[in-house]
Design a protein around this ligand. Structure first.
Ligand code: IDP
Ligand code: MG
Length: 140
């Protein structure tokens, strides 16, 4: 469907490194539309909801702490197959092996931290997208 939507987060490492424009440029250059955008300092409650599938994993607490370490940008990107398409733009979770040409492959590397710092989050399914868009853009 042409109005498919995904939730993208520019994580604190991306904001600190002044890559907001770079990430948004890649989304727009690919042809997707940015239909909502906000910058925020997430609180623990919002991050626990967002990352609930990872609760109990060894990187969960470092992940939440990392996401609390500075402001983030949340945006909704829209377009046909944007969920899959943004995951493709983002590249593999591990930036060391993420393909060159992807956001993570071009702009991130292993920093030796407990949690992988990889610039962006993108929803992984229509169900995740709906749930995550509600968390960051619902009800206010
Ligand atoms: P994704 O962001 O590519 O969808 P997920 O498996 O959903 O990857 O993990 C969420 C985030 O948790 C990742 O983007 C990364 O920051 C971190 N992460 C995932 N797996 C590991 C790991 O094995 N070690 C350290 N951090 C990880
Ligand atoms: Mg994920």
């Amino acid at each position: 469907m042409s109005n498919e939507r995904t939730l993208v987060l520019i994580k604190p490492d991306g904001v600190r490194r002044a890559l907001i424009g770079e990430v948004i440029s890649r989304i727009e250059a690919k042809g997707y539309s940015v239909v909502a955008l906000r910058m925020l300092s997430a609180d623990r409650a919002i991050l626990e909801r967002h990352y609930e599938e990872h609760k109990g994993k060894p990187f969960y607490e470092p992940l939440v702490e990392f996401m609390l370490s500075g402001p983030i940008v949340a945006l909704i990107a829209e377009g046909n197959r944007v969920i899959e398409g943004f995951r493709s733009l983002a590249g593999a979770t591990d930036p060391t092996v993420a393909a060159p040409g992807t956001i993570r492959g071009d702009l991130a590397r292993d920093q030796g931290t407990k949690v992988v710092q990889n610039i962006v989050h993108g929803s992984d399914s229509p169900e995740s997208a709906a749930r995550e868009i509600e968390i960051f853009f619902g009800g206010k």
